[in-house]
Design a protein around this ligand. Structure first.
Ligand code: GDP
Ligand code: MG
Length: 698
């Protein structure tokens, strides 16, 4: 394989890095994580002229090389370490022509590392509207660099950028500033102690160690006789550095950038006033949330039903085509439904990310953050947590994925951990049937029924659980994650279709291949446990049931057999084994089986009970009637009474009964630590609350 040119895209957030990345790589991209941390790593291949290829890395958005967050630290780690496999042959710094002054700070820092650097000035299409003009040759000379003036939106200037990448060996590497100018005394001594090292690099290693104590001093060993200043002194030097850099940038831009104020339009200011208005801002945002909610809850139910039926059909026709046997059972009852259980989420994920991408792309999301941040921050959440939390009421899977937009790791983690508290749509069937059994069908006043009030209360409990848990987690979690408050207010733009579509495709792929594997594995395990038993009560179920009920029709017999098999399967035994544990909550072993198997998805609870009570397709023998007729084996009172019913409702309100959520949290947090913590915590909480409820009410 010919050598690929290694290119890193670096830049402040919202400068169009990802748009440039998409233009360079198209769909030739993949998303992973940096080893050991949850910062997203996007890489792809770009075809350059003359058959050369470039490997493009879209680094996390960063404001400067003075790292204060995990994301930024990734960038510094790579740039400081020439041996790192991601160390670039050429650094492409992407800037926004409207924010050039602030964006150039990072550029000058990267220049000072003496890495071959190209300066991309993006959003050139905005120049005429905002009245900006640039003297490119002068800027190139003053900044010792090559400049590509492009518009990722209009697909202009990309070929020039590719040419520059191709000729990376001829790029100037002369730095912009000399670190000595920050503080001649301190930096002079530093230079003397390490005469053969790059001064600026040394400085970055020192400050990085201050900001991230855990980072090993692997790249450069600090000499024992060079005294490292106190943290506050180093911070002071960092400030001096920033001032010097801005002085340099101001002086360059004075000569090379001109703004004709008159031609700028005031549309942005007017839109901002409405969208961040104390009333209209919230009003518009909640209207948009409603639309999103409608899409993932309602509109996606059509493709989801199709997928559901499609997989059921696939399973049935496979069954009829192939000879019966355990292997075919594995395919038709284990693998195909498992696959279906993955594919079924695609419509919701696609819809949600379609909306989120549009909101982000248009620049509106930044206004939402501005609007919601103050409220959400009290609970350790971010303004951007609102979208995941609301989406969680449809399904936790897309909701957890939507937290990726939250840059701050601690806020993102808290959001991921609390999203499963919100009442997802899979809880609804469980709630509905139990409510109809145990809550009296009476009205309070004339309009509201006890039943609908209970349902509403359960939604509130879900939301309250999420916010309360966030508040506690914010106090408890020690994760280091500095929050220096920069709200980006990019200009409004019509979303780039290409960015939106790539984002939707990529999120869907990430789910299918990331979480899909775990969902598949767990559903096969659950299938095995439900389809095999340890003894001949299971294997001889047919004979046993037929002997016991000689006079039943074939259909009724089949139901009895299915119930018998489930009772003596591994899951059945597990249900009986946990009976002593769930008895204090008012449940018996049958409910125990329901709880265990509903780990596949909560709504499975109802279906499992239908099987175990051998409910047929008979009109008047509904699952509800059967459940109502069940009596408790010990007390002889109805099994589903107010106490056990409320206890069960509360159990499902707090328990993390969903392997797909577990799988997606594993993927999004890059390890088993957080999903397991979440599983244990939520299960203990659900158990305790259900226990208290039952013991008080019984
Ligand atoms: P990143 O945060 O640096 O990865 O930036 P993105 O690629 O996500 O882009 C941020 C916003 O700028 C999006 O709304 C893009 O559609 C928009 N954008 C990107 N390139 C251009 C451009 O050349 N012109 C204009 N007008 N907008 C652009
Ligand atoms: Mg990006």
């Amino acid at each position: 394989m010919a050598k690929q040119i290694k290119v890193s895209l670096i830049g402040n957030p919202n400068t169009g890095k990802t748009s440039v990345f998409n233009l360079l790589t198209g769909l030739n991209q993949q998303v992973g994580n940096y080893p050991g941390i949850t910062v997203e790593k996007k890489e792809g291949i770009c075809k350059l002229p003359r058959g050369v290829k470039a490997h493009i890395l879209d680094l996390p958005g960063t404001y400067s090389l003075n790292a204060s967050s995990l994301d930024e630290n990734v960038v510094i780690e790579i740039l400081l370490n020439r041996k790192d496999k991601d160390f670039p042959d050429v650094a492409v710094v992407v800037t926004d022509v409207e924010n050039l002054k602030r964006n150039l700070l990072l550029f000058t820092q990267i220049k000072d590392l003496e890495i071959p650097t190209i300066l991309v000035i993006n959003m050139a299409d905005r120049m005429s509207k905002t009245g900006i003009s640039l003297d490119i040759p002068l800027l190139e000379k003053e900044l010792n660099t090559k400049i590509a003036l492009i518009s990722a939106r209009k697909n202009q200037g990309i070929d020039e950028l590719k040419e520059l990448i191709l000729s990376y060996k001829t790029l100037p590497v002369k730095p912009c500033l000399n670190a000595l100018s920050f503080d001649p005394d301190y930096f002079g001594r530093l230079q003397k102690a390490f005469p053969d090292q790059s001064l600026y690099k040394l400085w970055l290693v020192i400050t990085q160690d201050v900001n991230f104590r855990k980072v090993e001093k692997k790249k450069l060993s600090i000499s024992p006789d060079f005294e490292i200043k106190s943290e506050s002194e180093l911070k002071r030097f960092q400030q001096k550095e920033t001032i010097k850099r801005y002085q340099f940038i101001n002086q360059v831009l004075k000569k090379g950038l001109f703004v004709d104020e008159k031609s700028a339009t005031g549309l942005r200011a007017r839109l901002d006033r409405v969208l961040t208005h104390r009333f209209w801002g919230y009003f518009i945002f909640f209207a948009i949330l409603l639309l999103i909610f409608q899409a993932i809850y309602d509109w996606s139910s059509y493709p989801m039903d199709l997928i559901d039926e499609g997989f059921a059909w696939l399973s049935e026709s496979t069954k009829s085509l192939l000879p019966a046997g355990p292997f075919v059972d594995l395919i038709t009852d284990g693998i195909i439904p498992g696959l279906g259980g993955i594919v079924i989420f695609i419509p919701q994920i696609a819809f949600l990310f379609l909306f989120i991408s549009i909101l982000e792309e248009s620049g509106y999301m930044s206004r939402v953050v501005f609007l919601m941040d103050r409220v959400m921050r009290k609970f350790g959440l971010s303004g951007k947590s609102v979208v995941p939390l609301v989406s969680g009421t449809a399904c936790a899977i897309p909701a957890v994925m939507a937290t990726r937009n939250i840059e701050n790791w601690k806020e993102r983690l808290i959001t991921i951990l609390v999203v499963p508290f919100t009442t997802c749509s899979a809880r609804l069937p469980v709630y509905l049937i139990i409510i109809s059994l145990v809550i009296p069908d009476k009205k309070v006043g004339w309009v509201f029924s006890y039943q609908s009030l209970t349902l509403m209360l359960l939604y509130f409990i879900g939301f309250g659980g999420a916010v309360g848990a966030a508040w506690i987690l914010n106090k408890v979690l020690k994760t280091k994650s500095k929050n220096y408050f920069v709200i980006e207010m990019p200009s409004y733009k019509v979303p780039l279709l290409k960015n939106v579509l790539i984002n939707v495709v990529e999120k869907t792929k990430a789910f299918v291949f990331g979480a899909g594997k775990i969902i598949m594995a767990l559903s096969i395990i659950l299938w095995v446990f439900a389809s095999f038993g340890p003894n001949d009560q299971f294997s001889n179920a047919e004979e046993i049931v037929t002997a016991e009920y000689p006079n039943l029709s074939q259909e009724e017999l089949d139901q009895k057999i299915a119930a018998h098999k489930l009772e003596y399967s591994f899951i059945g035994y597990a249900g009986k084994a946990i009976e002593p544990i769930v008895a204090p909550l008012g449940y018996d072993w049958k409910i125990g089986i329901g709880i265990i198997s509903s780990f596949a998805a909560r709504e499975v609870f109802v279906g499992t009970l239908a099987t175990i009570y051998s409910v047929g397709s008979d009109e008047d023998e509904t699952i509800k009637n059967r459940m109502a007729a069940e009596v408790h084996p010990v007390t002889g009172t109805p099994l589903f009474n107010l106490a056990s019913g409320i206890s069960l409702l509360l159990f499902y309100a707090f328990a993390m009964q969903c392997m797909s959520t577990l799988a997606i949290v594993k993927r999004e947090t890059n390890g088993w630590k957080w999903p397991m913590t979440q599983l244990v915590f939520m299960s203990v909480l659900a158990y305790s609350i259900a226990l208290i409820a039952y013991q008080v009410l019984k």
